[in-house]
Ligand binder design. Structure first.
Ligand code: GLA
Length: 733
């Protein structure tokens, strides 16, 4: 078993093939955190329990003596911190009991260890067979309030990741309210030499990588928008100052949740740090009647001593194998053409057919009809909620168009924005009460639309029926599920007053339920998530849709930054990435079609332009790109990613590569951002087998992996700004 308990010292040790995580129950019944890092054999790590010698003013459990050094929750490394009983750092748990007080204090009661991993009811989470993972459940109790708190830890032995989540149960005879319940809490003994990494952004610049020294304060990332958001991703990492792509301690944390989240790292005066991650306590309170329980979402934790690259590869493997599900998990996804940037709202079935026809000649495999096909939808101002054919555009109806497109040999995909309702729509006129709203307050409007109350079953039933009607009316292979505004005035007409603070979370649970229902009814459906671009790109979505539209910014050079940040924890197989027209619609930049193709190939590949307007020469390039993508599909989507040059490092060039798991093949991409006068460069590769010999198919050169990784590929060619090269390496002999 990779999880051990040593009864004498009361130490738990949780191992993967590369990491150890250690904690101990102290003599008062509190769980103390001892260690998280590189795999170590020793279990006797009790000496790491910390006593601060100069803290007479600190609250303690009992008076100390020579033989009884004091224990203070404020200076010890606590396993799961609680509110108001002497730990003054951020608390993971706070329960408001019927007395009106919110002091919370949990102690160990019992534990069990077993193979496999339990499900989280109604929520997305990683999954595992009995052989892949082992779970530890620790039951704790707050005797004063009667809250039972179960801490779950699962180790994925081979892959090296860990997951955590928490269940709180009210075992008292009176109601209680959970004010906060984080999914993970990790105390570091010494973080004084560490950096804080997060992915911030906005529309068009999602998941921008930022790294700065951890300070004696709290650095955080959060969302209060009802979705995980463009502004911050539910991912943070701590790494040593000297950590690079290839070496150094790196700890990554990612929340499997698509709603309001909070993640922070707080460094205290003696250099220790606490990481917290979970549902954002702001706008959250959960009411528990006696015997009711609440299950917090899952947090994923990854440690690697192989730097940021090592951390990312563990996340990628876990998400590809143990989070994405269903038919499309390991099946090649179709190369698609989406009509959004080709036509926006201005299309009819003939225009779409023409695009599809050209697509079929070029080797593209699916047409996706974007926004504007339904109700009276000719701009973003109307008709969300009216999910029936816009007959002016689709003369002859959806079914006829799909049949014609299928006859060309293409699959058909369609756009929905189910969670929204336009102010000007039949649905809103009929059911204004279905939109989120609060008493006596005007509803904020955004993109001319309101948000439906997904906590309501009648709303979800309506949406399921609408989607079902469309799905049953034609041969639809794919849905792009969009979400184009944040939640405001968050209240539900159906919930009692003491449950209104639950609406944000109930919304998310309702969304999960609808997604699950649709996927159960249509198991062959390929879902792609989208939220004004990548405003909801998070692990929760990857449980339902194996790919997510990464950003509305389709400019190849901007995408270098966006895809670099995204790759910190999300696998290439999830990164929706398309070739678009020039001048680029967001940046007005002109970059070569070849570069646009190479950058889009670092993801689930497709096109987003009017193919009928391409020249013959451009069409030939598109054909080759589609063939190349099919040829390199496996190494790109199932291989391991090595980031070679960060787009941030010198703003001149960017490079990355994929290596197949058996190291028999690699694909290297190199992009010049801004050419220098002296373009003399040797690109040193990574991840190859040093002893294998590899043929570089583009240059004909054969060298050992050791040479490619230490001497590198010669790049003396003077390339123009925004040009790119790819190199395919195959093991020979
Ligand atoms: C969002 C999406 C786009 C497109 C439009 C349609 O902005 O990110 O890709 O689907 O909506 O309105």
């Amino acid at each position: 078993m990779p999880i051990f308990f040593e009864p004498q010292t009361k130490i738990f040790k949780l191992d993967t093939s590369s990491t150890s995580y250690v904690m101990q129950i102290n003599k008062y019944g509190y769980l103390l955190h001892l260690y998280y890092g590189t795999l170590i054999e020793d279990i006797d790590l009790g000496y790491l329990s910390y006593t601060c010698p100069h803290a007479s003013q600190l609250p303690r459990v009992e008076m100390e003596s020579e033989t009884n050094p004091f224990f203070s929750k404020d200076t010890h490394r606590m396993e799961y911190s609680t509110n108001g009983c002497g730990d003054f750092r951020g608390s993971a748990l706070s329960i408001l009991r019927s007395s009106g007080t919110s002091d919370t204090d949990i102690k160990y009661v019992s534990h069990k260890i077993y193979s496999g991993k339990p499900k989280i009811e109604g929520q997305p989470a990683t999954y595992a067979t009995e052989n892949e993972a082992t779970t530890l459940e620790i039951l704790c109790k707050d005797n004063a309030s009667g809250a039972e708190v179960t801490l779950f830890y699962t180790v994925f032995e081979i892959c090296g990741a860990m997951t955590r989540h928490v269940i709180v149960k009210n075992t008292s005879k009176k109601p209680m309210d959970i004010q906060r319940v984080f999914s993970t809490c990790v105390d570091f003994h010494d973080a004084s030499e560490m950096d804080f990494i997060h992915l911030y952004g906005n529309w068009g610049i999602e998941r921008t990588f930022e790294r700065a020294p951890l300070l004696h304060s709290t650095q955080s990332a959060e969302s209060k928008r009802g979705c995980s958001s463009h502004a911050h991703n539910p991912f943070i990492a701590l790494c040593s100052h000297d950590a690079t792509e290839t070496c150094g301690d790196t700890y990554g944390f990612n929340l499997v949740y698509t709603g309001n989240f909070y993640a922070s790292a707080e460094m205290d005066s003696d250099g220790g740090a606490r990481v917290l991650m979970g549902i954002n306590p702001e706008g959250f309170m959960w009411h528990l009647e006696p015997n009711e329980s609440f299950e917090a979402p899952e947090a994923v934790m990854v440690y690697s001593n192989e730097g940021l690259g090592g951390m990312s590869r563990i996340f990628h493997k876990l998400y590809r194998n143990n989070l994405c599900r269903g038919e499309w998990k390991n099946k090649r996804r179709p190369i698609l053409i989406n009509n959004w940037e080709a036509t926006y709202f201005d299309f009819d079935e003939e225009k779409l057919y023409d695009i599809a026809k050209t697509a079929s000649e070029l080797g593209i495999e699916m047409l996706v009809m974007d926004d504007g096909w339904f109700g009276n939808r000719n701009s973003s101002k109307t008709a969300l909620g009216d999910w029936f054919d816009n007959e002016e555009k689709l003369k002859g109806g959806l079914r006829k168009l799909v049949e014609r497109v299928n006859a060309l040999g293409l699959k058909f995909g369609i756009w929905f924005e189910p969670e929204m309702v336009s102010k000007d729509s039949e649905l809103f006129r009929k059911h204004p009460e279905w939109a989120l709203q609060t008493p006596n307050r005007e509803m904020s409007i955004s993109r001319h639309q309101y948000v439906l109350d997904m906590s309501r079953k009648d709303v979800r039933d309506y949406l399921f029926d609408c989607i079902k009607k469309v799905m049953d009316s034609a041969n639809i292979a794919y849905i792009k599920w969009d979400f184009n505004r944040s939640l405001t005035e968050v209240g539900s007409a159906l919930l009692e007053t003491n449950r209104q603070q639950e609406v944000f979370h109930r919304y998310v649970l309702g969304l999960y339920e609808l997604l699950e229902r649709i996927l159960t009814a249509y198991p062959h459906l390929l879902l792609e998530g989208c939220a004004s671009g990548g405003g909801r790109f998070d692990p929760a979505w990857l449980y339902y849709s194996p790919q997510f539209w990464t950003s509305d910014d389709t400019d190849a050079i901007e995408r270098l930054d966006i895809q670099y940040g995204t790759s910190m924890c999300y696998p290439t197989s999830s990164v929706g990435s398309h070739v678009s027209a020039i001048p680029n619609h967001q940046m007005k930049r002109n970059s070569p079609l070849q570069t646009r193709g190479h950058v889009a190939m670092a993801g689930t590949f497709g096109y987003e332009l009017d193919l009928t307007k391409l020249t013959d020469e451009e069409k030939e390039i598109v054909k080759t790109q589609c063939d190349d993508y099919r040829k390199y599909y496996n190494v790109i989507n199932y291989g391991e990613l090595y980031r070679l040059i960060s787009p941030w490092s010198n703003r001149r060039r960017c490079a990355w590569m994929y290596v197949s798991e058996d190291k028999s093949e690699a694909l290297v991409t190199y992009v010049i951002i801004r050419c220098g006068v002296y373009e003399r460069y040797y690109l040193r590769l990574a991840g190859l087998d040093p002893n294998k010999r590899y043929l570089n198919e583009q240059t004909g050169q054969v060298l050992t992996g050791k040479a490619w990784m230490n001497a590198g590929i010669c790049l003396h060619e003077r390339l123009q700004d925004h040009t790119s090269r790819i190199f395919h390496l195959v093991a020979v002999e």
